[in-house]
Design a protein. Structure first.
Length: 208
């Protein structure tokens, strides 16, 4: 199933159904893309507005970044669905494979790392969405300040949800060096994201 050509209703129906995918990872990517879309909307209501002429070029650059992130996160939604299918199919094949136990273990480790790669990418992309929120809440059209706040909340939610999926996949890895590295990287992303979201929401709350 390619969700890029399907409706939100179809995605929601499949998410609610008794299906192996889409699941939480794909939902996290969708929330991240919605956060980026909100930032893009704010940029579009700022660029071209005479009142914000002094920051127009910066806003246009933010819009470019935001749109790239929106598309990337939508792509990661599909990657998560495809990745789960590939992991399940790979594990089933191993059960009937003629490979040695050592070779099976190596292949299982490879599948696990591939599965963990997508949610980590969602985390990184969502962190970048938050980085767009930072200048936007100060320089974007103030009439849409609440949309920047929602974008920040969504981006953090997407990142936290993706972090859950990273942790789940790490459980199945036996590569302790890899696990330690990914855990440290993802926890650092989460810590910084929480700091930025708090900064954005605190500013917004001071204005209304």
């Amino acid at each position: 199933m390619n969700y890029s050509s399907e409706t939100l209703n179809k995605f929601s129906d499949d998410l609610a159904a008794r299906l192996p995918a889409p699941g939480g990872g794909a939902a996290a990517a969708l929330v991240g893309s919605l956060a980026a879309a909100l930032n893009s909307m704010v940029c579009n209501f700022t660029a071209g507005n005479e009142r914000f002429k002094g920051v127009e070029e910066e806003i246009k650059n933010l819009l470019k970044v935001s749109e790239e992130l929106r598309i990337e996160l939508l792509g990661l939604l599909q990657s998560d669905v495809d990745g789960y299918s590939a992991y399940s199919a790979g594990v089933k094949k191993l059960k009937i494979s003629a490979l040695t136990d050592f070779e099976k273990e190596a292949r299982r480790e490879e599948l696990t790392k591939q599965a963990a790669a997508t949610p980590l990418k969602v985390m990184k992309a969502s962190a970048k969405v938050l980085e767009v929120c930072r200048p936007l809440y100060l320089k974007g059209n103030a009439m849409l300040l609440s949309d920047v706040e929602v974008a920040a909340i969504f981006a953090l939610a997407a990142l936290k949800a993706a972090f859950v999926n990273v942790r789940i996949n790490l459980v199945y890895s036996k590569d302790e060096v890899y696990k330690k590295s990914v855990r440290a990287e993802s926890e650092a992303l989460l810590l910084e994201a929480q700091f930025i979201e708090k900064e954005v929401t605190a500013y917004c709350c001071s204005k209304y």
